[in-house]
Design a protein around this ligand. Sequence first.
Ligand code: MRU
Length: 369
Amino acid sequence: MSDNKQTQGVRTVWWEDGASGAAVCLLDQSLLPQEVVYLRLKHEQEVADAIKTLKVRGAPAIGVAAAFGLALSLRRLMQEQDGALSLSAAQQHVHAIGELFSKTRPTAVNLFWAIERMLLCADIAIDNHATLQDLAHLLQGEAQSIANEDFDACMAMGNYGAELIADGDMLLTHCNAGALATAGWGTALAPMYVAHKAGKRIHVFVDETRPVLQGARLTAWELQQEGIPLTLITDSMVGHFMRLGGIKAVFVGADRVVANGDVANKIGTYSVAVLAHAHQIPFYVAAPSSTIDLDISSGDYIPIEQRNPEEVTSVRGIAIAPTGIQAANPAFDVTPHAYITAIITERGIVRPPYEEGLRRVCTDSRNHK
Ligand code: MRU
């Protein structure tokens, strides 16, 4: 079984197996930056709730959390049933829990990709007459492999993306696509970490990212931990700072990249992309192959999560709008491929036209498993 690679720096989500049994551990991101609280979840329902309530968030991280949650659910049931669980009941159970996780959040394809991979692993093991103990061991190993592969993908995206950053560059990012959103160094922030560690002097403009403030609360926090200079701005300041000049490139992550290169990412990404285009600033998307969905032809067909309007009418529980008003809260938007300069993947940088390059990345990543 592969070991956990994420052993230092910001740890987002990981598996622990101690005297008190197995647990999915995570840093509760809903409390950052005021409180740094680690959770030890022992029931899959708690993991599903943590995904829904953004205690763990970011496309790769929720895939990893669901994979560990599935492995945990079998261990829990085996313990509860104390030897009475049949293999076919175990198979039914993991499929039902896969369904539970698939209902948590609709947009990030990494979630569905990870669930599918875990269920395939279970079905193959059962077809090959594995014992229940083998099955539990295999599921835990598969979840750990998903986490480890994400760690490696972040490293690779960091190395490719850092080539696009020069000494002295001022960069801009939206939402949080860093260590907190992955099992490694992040997607969009990984090139910044690599550039910074290589001695390049960079400065990052961080959009606050309303309504849930992933930029202000999470990206600012993790860049500060790494000693990377940053300036926090509200979302409405992006155009102003681009017009003043100085911002050399935008780096964002993705929740789903589809066949034609359209990208779903945190609400507000589209506006940043249009502004970057208007100011001739390169707009880079960093995403591992687990975020690429070739089954969807265009961004028009990506399911967009609609969240509770209270996230818009209040900030961290404090009302900022009259009670009773209507508010909209789409959590993601789609940036058409025409606004994207390049997509940084773990298998290299893909440039337009995207379809062929994205297909090559997905084929390559399957061949390397
Ligand atoms: O709602 P969130 O916080 O899960 O949204 C996260 C994003 O939009 C990230 O930019 C995306 O998942 C890429 S993370 C590497």
